[in-house]
Ligand binder design. Structure first.
Ligand code: SF4
Length: 181
């Protein structure tokens, strides 16, 4: 039997949670003994090659592409984990949630002091993913099995969670590894 597979994605996130995963340092060698990476920015595989045991999601959903990507992860992963505050609560991108979307776009493309936009057009090419009315934490879009808070979660938290789940142990993290900052 082959090794279990892990997939990862960054939706509306900053890749800081992926950096935290790489922060496990030399334990990455042990991780590679335990698992194969499937669809992930870690190995640049763009499409699922098969069923995955664990899917790690960084970031919430701010556009329709995020939603499709997240639904694809839910379909292909036995266990889905929300990694970090953006996935679990929307995080910094969700700061726009209290402001109407049009106002956000006007500020970004027309009114902000550094905007250079002689056409006065807000980008609306059909090739661009449709922006959602607000930023959604991922559990508002699909069922999520576990949440690892933090901005980002500590590398030790990610390591402890992954190794427990991949070795069929209960995910019972000590208090020190659950931080909401
Ligand atoms: S939780 Fe923090 S580190 Fe992770 S994607 Fe969001 S802003 Fe970046």
């Amino acid at each position: 039997m082959g090794k279990p597979k892990v997939a990862t994605a960054s939706l509306a996130g900053c890749f800081g949670c992926h950096m935290a995963l790489l922060d496990i340092d030399d334990r990455i060698l042990k991780l590679i003994e335990l698992v194969d990476f499937d669809k992930s920015p870690v190995d640049d595989i763009k499409k699922f090659t098969g069923r995955c045991t664990v899917g790690l999601i960084e970031g919430g959903c701010c556009n329709e592409e995020n939603v499709h990507n997240l639904q694809d992860f839910r379909k292909h992963c036995d266990i889905l984990i929300a990694v970090g505050d953006c996935a679990t609560m929307g995080g910094i991108p969700a700061m726009r949630n209290g402001i109407p979307l049009k106002e956000c776009l006007d500020e970004a493309y027309l009114n902000c002091p550094t905007a250079y936009n002689p056409s006065k057009q807000i980008p609306n090419d059909p090739e661009l993913p449709l922006i959602l009315d607000r930023v959604y934490p991922i559990q508002e879009v699909v069922k999520v099995d576990y949440f690892l808070p933090g901005c980002p979660p500590q590398a030790d938290t990610l390591w402890a969670a992954l190794t427990a789940l991949l070795t069929n142990k209960p995910l019972d993290l000590p208090y020190e590894l659950i931080k909401y900052d």
